[in-house]
Design a protein around this ligand. Structure first.
Ligand SMILES: [Zn+2]
Length: 431
């Protein structure tokens, strides 16, 4: 079997592991064959039939490094210009669902491990390769299950996973991101009560829809407190410098001015903004039943994303400052934010390995994601985890929108760069 990451990725794409239903065991069995051929014992943990997660470990010694990816993909939907599960490779491009999320990372991790074995690289520790199920539906049957039931299988000093933005180019320099944190969610429903009455004499009633609309409008105008996590401050300072903007002091008060000045793509600037504060978005509202009845009840669903260091109490105290106290706040989904420091010595190795793979002119900066990956389980169990999104110079930035969308694809050069980075990182940390 070939060790080339593009061949592995092409094979992986051809295994349809759309979730639902998942069928990740088919991916696990494919990986098993590769590792068994290389003389490595593997484990497949299957909490439900067909929903297997794969774990292989190479090397031995006290240090442990976890390379994590997920083996499920989101359903393909309609409107593709090519067959989503062909895995076709043409003119340097690899086509199909999972090419960027995240069978590419899996192929690179597997290829890097197999190359280390083949080259007999002496390792003073274990490299653990884990391809887990169910990430796209929350990870309960994959990384979540392993952390809860078999933590010993993936216990490590550090983990590398998906999760960072793709690189951007500023002034001809490739800028790579290392994801150090993920925002949490604190979804809630607001409930307004009133007194119903006839629509012809509304002054005798108390209109719950009007009450809620006031609250929603205040939420819309709410300006969340700016919080500068040191890693994000570093990111903003470096971006400013690269864009030729002089920043003497950068406190929370200067952040929005700087964001206005950065001559970068709007979507990128807004993702930077989301790294500096809680976001609050009222996204659904239900109330009233008939034109001539004053409604006595109205509710609204609010999508709230919080930064590392913030929690439900923080959200509630902020909401209480802006909405009246007769509106109830009910939290219905809470997931804590997670964070791994860039002060770990391992972080330096990631920077070095990136430069080794991408060239000395590349630059690495930390970032925080608005969404979440399986890193939430890994970090919650005490293992620092870092997300990468490394691509090679010249990659097509339009591929970003194909993740979870149509026409997902990647290029061989980016896949090879990822593989080189991972191989280099394992070599540096484990030998
Ligand atoms: Zn993913």
């Amino acid at each position: 079997m070939s060790l080339a990451p593009e061949k592995i990725l092409s094979d992986l794409i051809r295994i349809n592991s759309s979730n639902p239903p998942g069928n990740e065991t088919a991916v696990a069995l494919y990986l098993k064959e590769h590792f068994q051929n290389a003389g490595v014992a593997v484990e497949i943990v299957e909490p439900e039939e067909g929903r297997g997660s794969f774990i292989a470990r190479i090397g031995a010694g006290p240090k442990r490094l976890l390379y994590l990816s997920h083996s499920d993909v989101v359903p393909v939907g309609e409107g593709w210009d090519f067959e989503p599960f062909s895995g076709e490779i043409k003119e340097g491009i690899i086509y199909g669902r999972g090419a960027l999320d995240c069978k590419d990372l899996m192929a690179a991790q597997v290829s890097a491990a197999l190359q280390l074995i083949e080259e007999k690289t002496p390792l003073q520790g274990e490299l653990i390769i884990a391809a887990t199920a169910d990430e796209e539906m929350g990870g309960r049957l994959g990384a979540g299950y392993l952390i809860e039931k078999h933590p010993e299988l993936i216990e490590a000093d550090y983990a590398i996973n998906e999760g960072a933005d793709h690189p951007i180019i500023i002034d001809g320099r490739m800028l790579y991101f290392l994801q150090v944190g993920e925002k949490g969610t604190a979804w809630c429903t607001l409930k307004a009560h009133g007194t119903s009455g006839h629509g012809s004499i509304p002054t005798l009633a108390d209109n719950a829809v009007v009450k809620m609309s006031r609250a929603v409008s205040r939420l819309h105008n709410y300006r969340a407190e700016v919080v500068l996590i040191p890693e994000v401050e570093k990111l903003l300072r470096n971006l400013a410098e690269l864009c030729g903007i002089k920043v003497e002091s950068l406190g929370p008060d200067q952040v929005d001015t700087l964001l206005e000045e950065l001559p970068l793509e709007k979507s990128f600037v807004e993702s930077l903004r989301s790294m500096t504060r809680m976001t609050v978005s009222p996204n659904a509202i239900r109330g009233g039943s008939k034109t001539n009845i004053v409604p006595d009840y109205c509710e609204a669903d609010i999508d709230i994303r919080i930064l590392p260091g913030q929690d439900c109490d923080y959200v509630e105290s902020e909401l209480r400052l802006i909405i009246s106290k007769d509106i109830e706040i009910e939290f219905n989904e809470y997931r804590a934010p997670t964070f791994s420091s860039s002060q770990e010595p391992f972080y330096k190795l990631m920077e070095e390995a990136t430069l080794e793979a991408a060239g000395k002119s590349a630059l690495c900066l930390p970032g925080i994601s608005a969404g979440s990956t399986d890193s939430k389980f890994i970090r919650s169990s005490g293992i620092p985890a870092y997300g990468i999104g490394h691509m090679a110079e010249g990659f097509d930035p339009r591929v970003r929108t194909t993740v979870h969308g149509r026409n997902e694809r990647t290029d061989i050069a980016s896949l090879q760069l990822k593989t080189k980075f991972l191989k280099e990182l394992a070599r540096r940390y484990l030998s």
